[in-house]
Design a protein around this ligand. Structure first.
Ligand code: GDP
Length: 314
């Protein structure tokens, strides 16, 4: 593993995907770093259009890029919109990385995802489990695109010496999440379901699948902190996991969200919805060895996320 210091102060830093949960957290986290933050609205720049991306980067010439732009969604969205998840993510990554290399971006961090690992990877999942077995079918489209993005970083490093790095954040939650019950991820969806049950005086909510799959949840502010840490302190071909190192069952997650919101009730299980991969917990030893660890624990993070939801999205 290589470390190499990259200073953000005085630099032009583009956060691609600044409206998303991860990108907006990175923008907040960059505020005190003394850099100029560049963003492009969706109207101004469609990242799926190669010429538009090249022209925008040619005009703006960032020194560093946080590549947080992606078409994302929960298990149902992934499973039912395979074309969008594969095409959008492949083309967005290819356009941004290639144009960033063309204009001489000095450092780029690509946000991947832990769904790139094989469905039955050893737990916790070390980085070198990548491409050692078949993917989880429900999110294979997104996973294949993200694996291609990681490989692009490696390929541009090898062929052109570009300092492009990649990370794999575990499941995220927090401010700016997608609170749509169909396309959202589990943490945001359960927050909405529990909130609605509380407001309506109901004593049960529906959980998809069996409630037994295990997932790890990282607060998006911790993710943003880790992303800056890696941008400044890591340079190397190996992608790095970002996680908290512990996981919970979906049922336990529902209990934690219930406690954060002040609701207790029972669960009805919808067996027509998939469980997805049985367990997704990343091995964070490489990131820990570099000196970073998550700070926000899940109950605290959920209380904070719920306060944000009440103020901004409920
Ligand atoms: P995944 O981590 O890629 O599987 O994506 P999700 O965050 O969407 O789902 C995680 C787990 O939570 C899966 O086992 C889902 O079946 C389960 N789950 C339970 N209830 C819900 C819900 O209301 N929405 C979502 N998205 N997942 C749910």
């Amino acid at each position: 593993m290589t470390s190499g210091h990259f200073d953000l102060a005085g630099k032009k830093v583009w956060v691609a995907g600044h409206r998303g949960m991860a990108g907006s957290a990175i923008v907040r986290r960059l505020a005190g770093e003394g850099c100029t933050i560049l963003t492009a609205s969706r109207d101004e720049l469609d990242l799926r259009r190669q010429e538009a991306v090249e022209a925008w980067l040619g005009r703006n010439r960032p020194d560093a890029v946080f590549m947080a732009a992606a078409t994302v969604g929960g298990i149902h969205a992934n499973d039912t919109r395979p074309g969008e998840f594969l095409y959008d993510n492949l083309i967005i990554e290819a356009n941004v990385l290639h144009a960033a290399w063309q204009v001489g971006v000095k450092k780029l961090l690509l946000l991947g995802s832990t769904c790139i690992y094989p469905k039955l990877a050893p737990q916790p999942m070390p980085e070198d489990a990548l491409l050692t077995g078949p993917l989880e079918p429900t999110n294979q489209w997104y996973a294949v695109a993200k694996i291609a993005g990681i490989k692009l970083c490696q390929a541009y490093r090898r062929q052109y010496g570009a300092d492009f790095i990649a990370c794999m954040p575990t499941n995220l939650y927090g401010p700016g999440d997608n609170y749509d019950l169909v396309s959202g991820h589990v943490a945001a969806s359960l927050m909405v379901k529990v909130h609605n049950a509380k407001v309506r005086g109901e004593d049960s909510i529906e959980l998809w699948g069996t409630g037994t799959p295990r997932r790890e949840f990282l607060h998006v502010d911790d993710l943003a902190d880790a992303a800056l840490f890696l941008m400044c302190n890591y340079s190397g071909e190996d992608p790095l996991n970002i996680g908290v190192g512990t996981d919970v069952t979906i049922r336990e997650l529902a209990d934690i969200i219930g406690a954060a919101i002040g609701w207790r009730g029972s669960y009805r299980f919808d067996a027509s919805k998939p469980d997805g991969t049985p367990r997704k917990l990343v091995d964070v030893s490489r990131l820990s060895a570099l000196g970073w660890r998550a700070r926000i624990d899940l109950p605290d993070g959920m209380r904070q996320a719920y306060a944000w939801y009440l103020a901004n999205a409920a």
